[in-house]
Design a protein around this ligand. Structure first.
Ligand code: 4AD
Ligand code: MG
Length: 465
């Protein structure tokens, strides 16, 4: 007999019918006559309760049923007598697939700290919290694909191994098959790569954007959704060395179209979570962050504030003049820290903010240059609790201007020929942005640390599991 998922058993009204459920024991309580065993199989945050008539089972078998054990139970579905659940299963047969010794199994009933759970990340999917987080993570991936598919955008796969540094920030992890103990060098002492696997220096990508632009120039609207890598040594609750990014790129979009898309996109994802992950979001709201649902609903009900960078700086400078203390200084030209972004969003505007027209010095080479010669058509979407959740821009479509900027920044030209071809042949206005998947998940789950929204986080000095 096939087993039924707990999520379906809980919704069934076929009382008296025989069911088979399989899952892991969460709790066991009771007395010498009857045991109540809560089983979870990951299909939902909720457990199914088994009612076990102790007399009818072998004592040794019941002893093996402890927290964490995997079991298969055949029984009768009945309406629950007790509080807290509507249905339960009267057990007729129980098989224990795998025991979990209470002396050594780390996930006992008592609540563990998130820090401790990070050290046993291989067991995290078995907890309520991470079950909820990872179900939401799946749901957000489905929301993202559905959103773009419905809009007629194509999912485009960009390479993970690349020879170009899209963001130009020098934060790339190298990929090599060279013998690191015996590196071939040229007469200047520089390492040569002609004998390396790709015949040139290669790295893990920091962004799929450059290849995404190539695709947009033929397919119109595309998006990528894949892993990206940054060797930035920032040990913060918002940075990972390996994270997932969604990067739409759209021909004939200007910065305003781009902002509209970003806002619609995030709202779509948040709405999806509220509608399709209600039990999990409610659980996280009740356990960790009592404001979570209110914050999610708040985002849906507001038009994001749109301001130029210069206006943001003015507001921040005014705040400083009025006594507000920031750790980092504020002045025109500064790359905003998340404390600045959060002040604007949480305290000043009390609303998500889309900031545009940043100084060109703090943004990447590919952004469309404004006529003032100082700023570029960048846009960052700033969110409560998170700070920057999206970074994007209208792209510089003019060949000469782009080339001048590439030269100013000393970006090696010969590596960029294929990218420049987009501006040589049929160039057009186009725009795009990148959403950090884990930053979105931080927002939607209310978790405070990015290490808790990705199954196996990669951060400085940490690549366990
Ligand atoms: O602002 P970023 O660096 O922009 C780009 O990579 C562009 N190529 C995107 C584009 O226009 N197609 O990164 C985009 C987003 C950030 O807003 C942030 O949400 C996330 O990626 N992000 C990180 N998330 C986790 N850990 C890190 N180390 C991240 N760095 C960026
Ligand atoms: Mg950015």
């Amino acid at each position: 007999m096939n087993h039924t998922k707990v999520i379906d058993v809980l919704q069934s009204t076929q009382f008296g019918a025989e069911v088979v459920v399989k899952g892991w024991v969460r709790t066991k309580r009771g007395n010498k006559n009857v045991n109540f065993i809560a089983i979870n199989d990951g299909s939902t945050i909720k457990n199914i309760q088994l009612v076990v008539d102790v007399e009818k089972f072998d004592e040794e078998l019941l002893k093996k049923i402890t927290t964490g054990a995997a079991v298969c139970v055949k029984g009768t579905l009945v309406q629950s007598q007790g509080k807290g659940q509507s249905v339960e299963v009267l057990a007729k047969e129980i098989e224990v697939y795998g025991t979990a010794n209470p002396e050594t199994y780390p996930l006992q009933k008592k609540g563990h700290s998130l820090e401790f759970l990070r050290e046993i990340a291989h067991l995290r999917p078995r907890t309520n919290t991470f079950g909820a987080v990872f179900r939401i993570r799946h749901n957000m991936a489905m929301a993202i694909h559905t959103f773009f598919h419905q809009k007629g955008f194509f999912y485009f796969h960009t390479p993970i191994i690349t020879a170009s540094d899209c963001e130009g920030a020098g934060q790339m992890f190298q990929v090599t098959t060279k013998n690191l103990y015996d590196l071939k060098k040229d007469e200047n002492g520089s390492i040569t790569y002609d004998d390396d696997f790709f015949g040139k220096q290669a790295s893990l990508t920091v962004s799929g954007q450059l290849e995404g632009e190539l695709a947009a120039m033929g397919l119109g609207g595309i998006y990528t959704f894949g892993p990206t890598f940054r060797a930035e040594n920032s040990n913060t609750p918002r940075h990972l060395a390996e994270f997932w990014m969604i990067e739409p790129e759209i021909a004939f979009y200007d910065i305003n179209d781009n902002m509209d898309l970003a806002e619609e996109f995030i709202k779509y994802c948040v709405k999806w979570a509220l509608e399709n992950c209600r039990d999990d979001v409610q659980f996280l709201n009740d356990m960790f962050d009592k404001e979570l649902i209110a914050r999610l609903e708040g985002v849906l009900n507001q038009d994001f504030v749109r301001i130029p960078y210069g206006e943001g700086i003015r507001v921040l400078e005014e705040a400083v003049a009025n006594g507000k203390k920031f750790e980092f200084p504020v002045y025109w030209g500064v790359d905003l820290a998340s404390e600045h972004e959060r002040y604007l969003v949480e305290e000043y505007y009390k609303c998500p903010v889309i900031m545009t027209d940043y100084p060109k010095e703090i943004k990447a080479f590919y952004m469309k240059q404004n006529d003032d010669g100082k700023t570029v058509r960048a846009m960052d979407v700033l969110f409560p609790q998170i700070g920057e959740i999206i970074g994007g821009s209208e792209r510089e479509a003019d060949y000469d201007k782009l080339l001048t900027r590439i030269n100013e920044l000393n970006i090696p030209m010969k590596d960029m020929w294929w990218y420049l071809d987009t501006r040589r042949f049929g160039s057009c206005p186009h725009s795009g942005f990148g959403l950090g998947f884990e930053r979105l998940l931080l927002f939607v789950t209310g978790m405070a640390n990015i290490r808790d929204v990705i199954p196996f986080p990669r951060t400085p000095k940490n690549a366990e599991f």
